[in-house]
Structures are given as C-alpha cells and as structure tokens.
Design a protein around this ligand. Structure first.
Ligand code: MEV
Length: 425
C-alpha cells in the first residue's frame, strides 16, 4: 500500500485527548484494533498521568522491571529494581554482588550534591577584567540565586559558589559563569536553570556583553558518586580470572574503542536503576561519558587492581545527578515503588547505590569476557526471545530455547523447526 497520501500536518493534535490522538494515529498507520488496544493499555501508569508527563501521548512503552539480589552497600542489604529491556543485565548484578557479599559488598561515598549552571556571555570587550567584576558580585549573586528557591533553602540547599571562566571559542573569547548550587534531594535541573535565567541580565550588565545560553551542565563533576568492592580469589575463580579482568580494564583505559563498550556495560546497570527510579537517564549518561573523557582522551569509568593480599579490587567514580523529588520520580507509581524497594531517603544514598550497581555490572561483564565470553550467558535468554518470535507460547518457550542452546544454533528458522517438531510429537 502506498502511503503517499498520508499527511503528518495535524493542527491541534496536542489539544486532543490521548484516545482521540490514538484514533488519528491508528488511521494514519493502519493499525488494527488489537494493536491500538495494546497501546492504550498503559499498565501501571495512568493514561492521564502519562498525558501530563509529556506531549502528544497516545500510550506507554513498558519495560521489564527486574530485581537484583545479593547487593550489600555500606553494610546494608538491598534489593535493586532495574528497568531494562536487555537480557543478562539483572543477572550480571546479582552474580557480581554474590561474589563480593561475604567480603563486605560495596562501600560508597559521594563528593557532594552540587550542580553547575552555566551562563554564556559573548562580545565582552575585556573578558579578564569582566571576570573579576562578576566574581566581585558574589554576595549579590548568592542573594539572587537563593531568592529563586526558598524551598531548596529550607532543605539546606542553595547557592554555594560562583566561578567565571574565559574560554577560547571559534568566535573569540567567551565568558562563562558557573553557578554552583547544592540541590540536595532534587536532581536540580529546574532549580539551577531558574537561577541561571535570573542571573543572566545582571551578568550582561556587569560584563557589558551579550548573554545567550543559561542552562545546567550535565558534567556534574561536583556530584561524583564512588563505589569500591573487593572480590576474593576463591569467589571469582582464581588469579587468572583476576588478571583477565585487570587486563580488560587496562584495555579500556588505553583504547577508546574498547572504553566505549566497557562504559556502555556500566551504563547497562546504571541507566536501569536511573530509569526504574524515574530519573533522567540521558543526564546521567551524558555526565558519565563526558567525565570519562575529562583527561583529554576517552577512558574507563572503573578501575581494577590487585590488593596487597592478591584479591581483586574494583572502583568506580562518575557524576550522578539523580533526585528523589520532582519530575517522574515523584509521580510515576513504579518509580515510587522502586524507591520504596531500595529504601532510600536521600538523593545521595540513591546516587551511591547506583554507582555500586555500575561497578557490579562492569565486574560481571569483564569476568565473562575474560573467561567464557558473554554469548553463553546471553544465549540462554536470547534463545527464549527467539523461541517467542518463532511462535512458542507458555512452556514451549523454555523447551524450544533449551534445545536451541543445546544445538548451538539460536536462530529463528531453527526455532520454528523445533517448535513444529515439538507440536507434531
Ligand atoms: C553489552 O550490553 C555490554 C558489554 O558489551 C559490556 C562490555 O563489553 O564490557 C558486555
């Protein structure tokens, strides 16, 4: 069927109800009623609520929520809710956590809960002198910032510092003011963006320049979460496994092609908890990757080394701008349930736990890669997906998947053949 007649110019689409929008989309795309019913079923998220979270809502996209067991963080046993569509991610955290549980699990810390907002000024005649003029206004800047958010102040947050940088840009020197703000249990984007916008006209006046961008930086390097764990040799399978993991880390540290994949694995764990708690996955991901490149080359977010007793020591450090209040965290029922499962009462605690999950994830990935390879573990779950795609239902899924793995050919055509054999028998 040709779609040449379809028209995506739909005036007033945003003013319609989700149901009306879905009807329009169904007609546009030729969706059958089974498909639209699926879309309209938003599961644990109210359609009305979804409609208030983002624009032009027609349904919701459901992602599995798995629970990682065995995690001990700073002496406390935890169950970790993880929202992910990728197989093996939850299992990886369970396995890594089990192998360091007896040795004490994860210890964590945090550099603070400070966010940075940037104000860009251009066409400043005397940028270095202007820098000092802005710095001289510290008290005014503090008053203006703190005036923006009395609630944040009440909870002990607010303006902490101002920094001004003269940076070289393609268009000449640029004056960049950083507002450094303690945002406590909020992720803080709203708070610091409001402050930056409030400050901007004053910056223009003090510097004599023109102000354009006023926005937070996702390189939240004053909000670093850190986690550390020790894996005893008898838990991980000996010195050769340890050395394989350390060598894998050396590979990532030396090569951006490997570091991208290494860090992607870390984010498999991190983004799953960030998403489960209704936080902004892209903010955390942007911060992580920018931090990984802070030394001028892109490297590893984790480090692995040998303790004096010969055990494997792993650590991680990365920006972790997550909050407990505001945004989807506060209104999404699954996010609220996830926070309840975690038992966290501060953004800092959440950030520290998430860092530990990232380290756990990375340990398991490197261990698998340095030993049996990841396909063995992946294939078991992947085979189930393939079995389902081939039409297996109920108990057939497990049976078909097992046969595929045994035969070493996890392919849909083989799955179809196996399914036919089973059904024929
Ligand atoms: C797959 O999603 C993640 C891994 O590629 C991570 C890694 O290579 O370290 C297994």
């Amino acid at each position: 069927m040709s779609h040449a007649h379809r028209n995506a110019r739909i005036p007033g689409f945003h003013r319609k109800s989700p149901q009306e929008r879905l009807r329009i989309v169904a007609e546009f795309a030729g969706l059958d009623s089974a498909t639209t019913d699926r879309l309209a079923d938003t599961g644990g998220l109210d359609l009305d609520l979804a409609d208030r979270l983002v624009e032009n809502v027609v349904g919701s996209m459901n992602i599995p929520l798995g629970i990682a067991t065995n995690m001990k963080v700073d002496g406390e046993d935890l169950l970790i809710p993880m929202a992910t569509e990728e197989s093996s991610v939850v299992a990886a955290v369970c396995n890594a956590a089990r192998q360091c549980y007896d040795a004490g699990g994860f210890t964590t810390s945090m550099s603070g809960t400070l966010m940075i907002a940037q104000i860009q000024a251009i066409d400043v005649a005397d940028p270095h002198a202007a820098r000092l003029r802005v710095l001289d206004r510290r008290d005014d800047i503090k008053a203006l910032c703190d005036g923006c958010d009395p609630v944040l102040l009440k909870f002990g947050g607010g303006f902490r510092d101002v920094e001004v940088r003269v940076i070289d840009s393609l268009g000449g020197p640029m004056l960049v003011t950083h507002l450094i703000v303690d945002t406590r249990d909020a992720m803080g984007a709203n708070a610091v963006n409001t402050m930056a916008e409030t400050l901007a006209p004053h910056i223009a006046q003090w510097t004599g320049g023109r102000v354009y961008l006023r926005i937070l930086s996702n390189l939240a390097d004053r909000r670093l979460a850190r986690a550390h764990a020790v894996w005893p040799l008898d838990q991980i399978g000996g010195a050769e496994v340890r050395d394989g993991i350390i060598s894998a880390y050396h590979f990532a540290a030396a090569d951006p092609y490997r570091a991208a994949t290494h860090n992607k694995g870390i984010m498999n764990g991190i983004s799953a908890v960030v998403l489960a708690t209704g936080n902004d996955t892209r903010a955390v991901e942007a911060g992580a990757h920018a931090y990984a490149a802070r030394q001028g080359h892109y490297g590893s977010l984790t480090r692995f080394e040998t303790t004096k007793d010969g055990a494997l020591s792993g650590s991680i450090e990365l920006p972790m701008a997550v909050g407990l209040i505001g945004g989807a965290t506060k209104v999404h029922p699954t996010a609220q349930a996830s926070l309840k499962i975690l038992g966290v009462t501060s953004a800092e605690r959440l950030a520290r736990i998430i860092a530990a999950v990232g380290l756990a994830q990375n340990f398991s990935a490197l261990k698998a890669l340095a030993t049996t390879g990841i396909q063995k573990g992946h294939m078991a779950l992947h085979a189930q997906n393939i079995a389902m795609m081939a039409g297996a239902v109920g108990e057939e899924i497990e049976r078909v998947a097992r046969i595929l793995v045994e035969r070493g050919t996890v392919r849909q055509d083989v799955a179809q053949a196996v399914l036919q054999e089973l059904r024929g028998a």
